[in-house]
Design a protein around this ligand. Structure first.
Ligand SMILES: [Zn+2]
Length: 447
C-alpha cells in the first residue's frame, strides 16, 4: 500500500504497521520524500487527487476532504494581502479530516470491526464522522474536562464517548488498553504515521495553488501539523513543484498566560518538540508566542471584516502574521497562514464572549450573587486579587467577606492561586471554574 516504504529514522527497521514510533527502538518512523507526477498533470478536486503521494487502499473512505481554498485578506490593515488557507472548510471543520480519511481507510482495509480513538477534540470529531461513513463502530476516549459541544458532535456521528482523567495522555493510555483487549484499530494523532501522511497534503496543495511561497505560518500545538507541512513540502520539492521548502513559523501561546480558549494550543510538552525545533532551524523560520486574548480578538475581526468564522486557536496565526509583517520578517504577497479550525466547533466560547454580562442575577441568593460577580471579575481578569475585587464591587460589603468568598471558591476548585510572580495573592479560574461560570450564565440567560 505504501508508495515508499517507511522506516525508523534511527535503527532503519522497515515499518509494516502505520505507526509513528518504531516498535523496536521507539524512535520516529518516516516515509521518505516521494516523487509524484508533474504538477500540470494533477487535477486537484479532493485530497485523493494527490494519490501519488498517499498510501493506496481498495476502498478509500472520503467525505471530499482537502482542496481547501486560499483567499487573500482585503479589509484588515494589519495583514492585508496575506493569503489564508481555509482548512476549516474540510467536512467536519478542521484539517484533521485529511488524517482521518487515511486512518479509517486503513482500518477498513484491515477489516477491523471497531476503532478506538483518543484526542482533545477535532481529531475525535473527525474520527466519528469518517467511521460513520465507513460503517465502523467507534469509541472516543477524551479527557474529562473537554467541552460539551465537542462531545455532543462525536455522539451525533454515532461514536461512543468515554471521559477519563485530566489530560490527553491518560485518554491515550486508556485507548491503548481498550484497543489491545478486543483487537480494535487504535487511532490517535500521536501514534499514527497516517496522521502525518494525510496532513502533509496541505503543503502539496499550497505548492499547486500559490506561486513562490516564502513563509508559512502554522499553529504549533503538539507539533504534528508543522511536521506534516514540512513533509509535504519535501514531497513537493522532490517532484519539482517548489524549489525550496518555505520558512515555517510556529505559533504558540505565551507560557505565563494559560487560556481556556484553545486546548489545541495548550500543550505542556509537544510530542514532536525536537522535530519542530529542527524544522524551524532548517527552514529559517522561528517560534512566535502570542497572548490568548489577542487571538480571540483577531478571530472575531476576521469574521467581522472578512466573513470568515474560525476557532480561537486559529486566530493565533493572524496575530503572529501581523507581528511578522510589522517587523518586515515576511511579506504579505509571499506568505500564507493556515486556518486550522471552524468557529462552529467553538460556538460556546464565542457565545460567552458576546453575552451581555450585566444581567441581574435573579434567583440567586445574595451570597451566590457575590460569588458570581467575583467569578466574572476573575474570568475577565478585571480584578484578580482580594482588594481590587472589593473595590470593583463598590466596597458594598466588608473586605473580610470578599476574602471569605475567595476562600470558599478556592476550596471548591473553581479558582486557584495564580502562578504569576507578584507580591499579591492573585487568583485565576480553573477549567472547572470556567465551566461553572458558563453554566451559571446560561441559566441566567434562560431565566
Ligand atoms: Zn527503530
Amino acid at each position: 500500500m505504501w508508495k515508499e516504504q517507511p522506516t525508523c529514522i534511527e535503527c532503519g527497521k522497515e515499518i509494516l504497521e502505520p505507526s509513528l514510533r518504531c516498535p523496536k527502538c521507539q524512535n520516529l518512523t518516516l516515509v521518505p520524500p516521494i516523487q509524484g507526477s508533474h504538477s500540470s498533470e494533477i487535477n486537484l478536486q479532493t485530497m485523493w487527487s494527490l494519490s501519488d503521494f498517499l498510501p493506496s487502499y481498495n476502498k478509500p473512505i472520503t467525505l471530499f476532504e482537502g482542496n481547501t481554498p486560499i483567499v487573500k485578506v482585503r479589509n484588515i490593515k494589519g495583514y492585508k494581502d496575506l493569503s489564508l488557507k481555509l482548512e476549516f472548510r474540510n467536512p467536519t471543520g478542521s484539517f484533521r479530516d485529511r488524517a482521518l480519511s487515511l486512518i479509517v481507510s486503513d482500518a477498513v482495509q484491515k477489516k477491523k470491526k471497531s476503532i478506538i480513538g483518543a484526542s482533545t477534540g477535532s481529531f475525535s470529531i473527525s474520527l466519528a464522522a469518517y467511521s460513520a461513513k465507513a460503517g465502523i463502530d467507534t469509541t472516543n476516549v477524551v479527557p474529562q474536562n473537554l467541552e460539551l459541544t465537542k462531545i455532543e458532535q462525536m455522539k451525533i456521528f454515532g461514536s461512543r464517548v468515554i471521559e477519563i482523567g485530566d489530560s490527553v495522555d491518560e485518554a491515550i493510555s486508556k485507548a491503548q488498553e481498550l484497543a489491545s483487549k478486543d483487537d480494535s484499530y487504535l487511532a490517535t494523532p500521536e501514534t499514527s504515521l497516517l496522521t502525518i501522511e494525510g496532513q502533509k497534503t496541505i503543503s502539496l496543495e499550497l505548492a499547486l495553488q500559490m506561486k513562490n511561497i516564502k513563509s508559512v505560518i502554522v499553529p504549533r500545538g503538539a507539533g504534528s501539523l508543522i511536521y506534516s507541512i514540512f513533509r509535504g513540502f519535501q514531497d513537493a520539492q522532490k517532484s519539482n513543484w517548489v524549489e525550496d521548502v518555505p520558512a515555517i513559523f510556529a505559533v504558540s501561546l505565551e507560557k505565563t498566560k494559560v487560556s481556556h480558549l484553545a486546548e489545541s494550543l495548550e500543550i505542556k510538552k509537544p510530542f514532536l518538540l525536537n522535530e519542530v525545533k529542527d524544522i524551524l532551524n532548517k527552514t529559517k523560520g522561528q517560534e512566535i508566542e502570542i497572548k490568548g486574548d489577542e487571538m480571540i480578538t483577531a478571530a472575531m475581526d476576521l469574521a467581522k471584516y472578512e466573513g470568515l468564522f474560525i476557532e480561537p486557536a486559529s486566530g493565533s496565526v493572524l496575530v503572529a502574521a501581523e507581528e511578522l509583517l510589522r517587523n518586515e520578517t515576511i511579506t504579505p504577497e509571499s506568505s500564507v497562514a493556515i486556518l486550522t479550525g471552524s468557529g462552529f466547533n467553538a460556538l460556546n466560547i464565542y457565545a460567552a464572549q458576546m453575552r451581555d454580562k450585566k444581567k441581574v442575577v435573579w434567583g440567586l441568593s445574595e451570597s451566590s450573587t457575590t460569588k458570581f460577580e467575583i467569578l466574572n471579575l476573575i474570568a475577565e481578569e478585571k480584578a484578580v486579587y482580594g482588594y481590587s475585587i472589593w473595590v470593583s464591587l463598590g466596597k458594598t460589603q466588608s473586605l473580610q467577606s470578599i476574602y471569605q468568598h475567595l476562600n470558599e471558591l478556592q476550596k471548591k476548585g473553581i479558582i486557584i492561586i495564580s502562578k504569576r510572580k507578584t507580591k499579591r495573592k492573585e487568583f485565576e479560574m480553573t477549567k472547572k471554574g470556567y465551566e461553572t461560570i458558563e453554566k451559571m450564565r446560561n441559566l441566567i440567560d434562560f431565566i
